[in-house]
Design a protein. Structure first.
Lengths: 222, 167
């Protein structure tokens, strides 16, 4: 079968099917009105839930911490207060970054050349990893919020060794993950172990596609 | 462009090029309801991009870019539900088709289904009789790269038809 035959086959076959297609004017007018609400409707419920939960956590806990600071600063454990402040601050940063990424994703221009735009979309999706990396920095603060002055006054050597090891390990792990949880490490066992849930599937697929597109760009240069 | 003009232009573009949208949707979606959803998504993006349309570009190049970009994103999101039952019976509204037309058309579609999302776009543009220059403008790759990739895809396609004939 030659090129002309193939083109004839494709065009004739599709024309046969397309003949019954109509473009209802009312549907199109509704579509124009729907434009604004489209941004929200295109977001998956899990994203909306994550966003609302994150914001409630930041505003709720933030409010409690401010009240504690103003009214009971002398009585409350400063280890708890500052650990919680850092935790809320990091969550707030992650929420802001998440909103920024969703917004950028929804404002993208679809009339750019296919390979260039697809790379941009996938890179943006992969940048959700940044949110995870920021959240990882919270790890050490989960090992310090329960500290108190009496613990340090009355603690035994064994306690200091165990507590110190836990906090230092979590600090090291947090910093290490912050710098290493990148898509370049997507093929590493620990990466797959950490991000193996269903919610990470689209991200892992995106990483695979990006690698394919990178190959396209490389072969482009060759 | 005034809002009234924008509406009018939008309706005209959609009406004149509905075949283009339909073919892109058919290339990326097997189920009719998915196709309709995809066509709707494409229309939304066309409406959103229309105020920025640069008349120096051919309208079809612009439309193909939007349609393929939306289709690829849609395909990725709905990969599990966009599988192709295909073997769709062609309505015979035109002149009677040759006997083996339906069979060959299904074979061609099945071949396209098995391609990755970028190659689907390439073969569709090629079958739509677009020049390598136009394809390179739509896809954002060089003409020589279009040539190399098309050569590879066409080779596979010819083998498929040959094997089918022998069987």
């Amino acid at each position: 079968m030659n090129d002309t035959d193939l083109k004839y086959l494709w065009q004739t076959g599709n024309n046969q099917i397309a003949i019954g297609q109509t473009s209802d004017k009312t549907i199109m007018d509704n579509l124009i009105k729907r434009d604004i609400s489209h941004v929200l409707s295109s977001m998956k419920p899990i994203k909306i839930f994550t966003l609302i939960a994150g914001m409630l956590w930041v505003f709720g806990l933030g409010f409690v911490l401010i009240v504690l600071t103003i009214n009971t600063y002398e009585q409350v454990s400063l280890y708890f207060l500052y650990s919680a402040y850092f935790q809320v601050m990091l969550t707030a940063m992650a929420v802001i970054l998440y909103i920024f990424q969703l917004n950028t994703l929804n404002r993208i221009d679809f009339d750019k050349p296919v390979i260039i735009l697809q790379k941009k979309i996938i890179n943006l999706k992969i940048s959700t990893l940044k949110v995870t990396r920021i959240l990882m920095l919270q790890l050490p603060f989960w090992t310090t919020f329960y500290w108190s002055e009496s613990m340090f006054k009355n603690g035994t050597l064994a306690f200091f060794i165990i507590q110190g090891t836990v906090t230092l390990s979590f600090t090291y792990l947090a910093i290490w993950l912050y710098f290493n949880l990148t898509f370049e490490n997507a093929d590493k066992w620990w990466f797959k172990l950490l991000l193996n849930g269903k919610e990470w599937e689209p991200l892992m697929t995106s990483i695979g596609i990006l690698n394919d597109l990178e190959e396209e760009v490389i072969s482009e240069k060759d | 462009m005034a809002k009234q003009n924008l509406h009018k232009t939008f309706h005209e573009i959609i009406e004149r090029h509905k075949g283009l949208l339909f073919k892109v949707a058919r290339t990326y979606c097997g189920k009719e309801e998915d196709r309709q959803d995809l066509i709707q998504e494409i229309r939304i993006q066309i409406w959103k991009s229309l105020p920025k349309y640069d008349a120096h570009f051919a309208i079809t190049t612009w439309l193909y870019r939007i349609s393929i970009n939306v289709a690829i994103s849609f395909y990725r999101k709905n990969r599990k539900s966009t599988h192709f039952p295909i073997a769709e019976k062609l309505p015979t509204v035109f002149d009677p088709l040759p006997n083996d037309f339906q069979e060959k058309f299904n074979l061609l579609e099945q071949f396209i289904v098995e391609l990755n999302e970028m190659d689907k776009a390439l073969i569709m543009l090629y079958l739509e009789d677009k020049s390598y220059l136009e394809i390179s403008e739509i896809m954002g790759i060089t003409i020589s790269n279009v040539g190399t990739k098309m050569g590879r895809i066409k080779e596979k396609l010819k083998k498929r038809f040959l094997n089918h004939k022998e069987n």
